[in-house]
Design a protein around this ligand. Sequence first.
Ligand code: ADP
Ligand code: ADP
Ligand code: ZN
Length: 212
Amino acid sequence: MKLVLLGPPGAGKGTQAVRLAEHFGVPHISTGDILRRQVAEKTDLGKKAERYVRAGKLVPDDVVIEMVRKRLKQKDAQKGFILDGFPRTREQAEALDKMVKADRALLLFLDPEDLIKRSTGRRVCENCESVYHLLTNPPKEPGFCDRCGGKLIVREDDREETVRHRIQVYDEQTKPLISFYKEKGILVQVYGSGLIDEVFERAMDALTGAKR
Ligand code: ADP
Ligand code: ADP
Ligand code: ZN
């Protein structure tokens, strides 16, 4: 399965990507996770990306495209992948299409006010990047990761104003990719509301039902 996940910030892409990756036995590749790690480790790439990530702006296409090109060359990605957060622009989508053809693009959509609630309540493990929500998906022990015991933190770009800006960036730059993938005949659309398990079932139905 070579799957691209599309959808606004907070729609639940990362959460579903983890489950889909496990189901299909392919790696979950999140460009946001890779970039945040590079920023934390203060690598050259991280230094280039930091101000964009912090402000909720897109990191320049050339930087992200090269990063994904390298990642997709790794051995574990040869059998497939769940790409989460890439592509985000037409240029990225065209570059990806030249590297490898996706089997499906899955759009997760949600109402704008729900997106804000999801993002502002999000907590992430500073150690393993597992994602929780203060109200809807809390860890067993408040403040700590179920998987590794790491400390849960608030992403700097999950402040409400920055989330609103990220949604606007999505509307302007990423939404046009819906028609890009529709034209290729590989788009499936899934409503992201409801329990995490319900959304997963919906996604699986959409992916298997739409198989040619
Ligand atoms: P979300 O899951 O809420 O949509 P991500 O973790 O995917 O957020 O991305 C966080 C930030 O990382 C983005 O706001 C942007 O600054 C940067 N980023 C991630 N993926 C890309 C990409 N494909 N192109 C440009 N910037 C990106
Ligand atoms: P994205 O990667 O699209 O930005 P995430 O997967 O990080 O979205 O989810 C955003 C927030 O919403 C997280 O705090 C996550 O725990 C929570 N969440 C994800 N899916 C659901 C759901 N179906 N119901 C309630 N909360 C959810
Ligand atoms: Zn953890």
